[in-house]
Design a protein around this ligand. Sequence first.
Ligand code: GDP
Length: 184
Amino acid sequence: MLQFKLVLLGDSSVGKSSIVNRFVKDSFDEFRESTIGAAFLSQTVTIKDSDANGNEAQEVTVKFEIWDTAGQERYKSLAPMYYRNANAALVVYDITQADSLEKARSWVQELKNKVDDDSLVIYLVGNKIDLATDDDKDKREVEENVAKTYAEENGLLFSEVSAKNGQGIQQVFRSIAEKLYDIR
Ligand code: GDP
């Protein structure tokens, strides 16, 4: 089985643990305790291989080893240990906290500066879209287009998700699996 190492980075409380929890256990816990240091989980995804003509061939199972790092400043020095050998990095921000996008940008910069491997797949994720509504309760602070343009300019994959209701979560990991499978 193909195995890939994935690391989550981002400010604290943007929802990194909740995203992993949604992906691995398909559940959401409003009152979960924050991650100390880093947590390890694994999960598989099945993707479809396609031949040169784009015809679907066999199914391929990809296993992710997921390292969920703590966002607190005091654990920041531990991060390189986790991203150094990673195949993919999920850099998470909270669409209701503009500051968290700035933090995400600095993580992307750090990855680009410190990781030699050009094949590292970086995926920028805007979490908590369930809090963006069409009425006066809309808590969005980061416009989707702003993050999307930044991602495009920096060669990152990008999407908005909600760990709370599950929107877009599976697709993030599927896209990463497909990308890593293509460039393996
Ligand atoms: P981490 O510190 O980045 O791992 O963040 P957590 O996963 O611990 O989540 C921080 C807080 O945000 C918790 O209170 C979660 O319940 C909440 N949260 C996480 N994801 C979502 C989401 O998609 N929507 C909403 N509304 N809240 C979320």
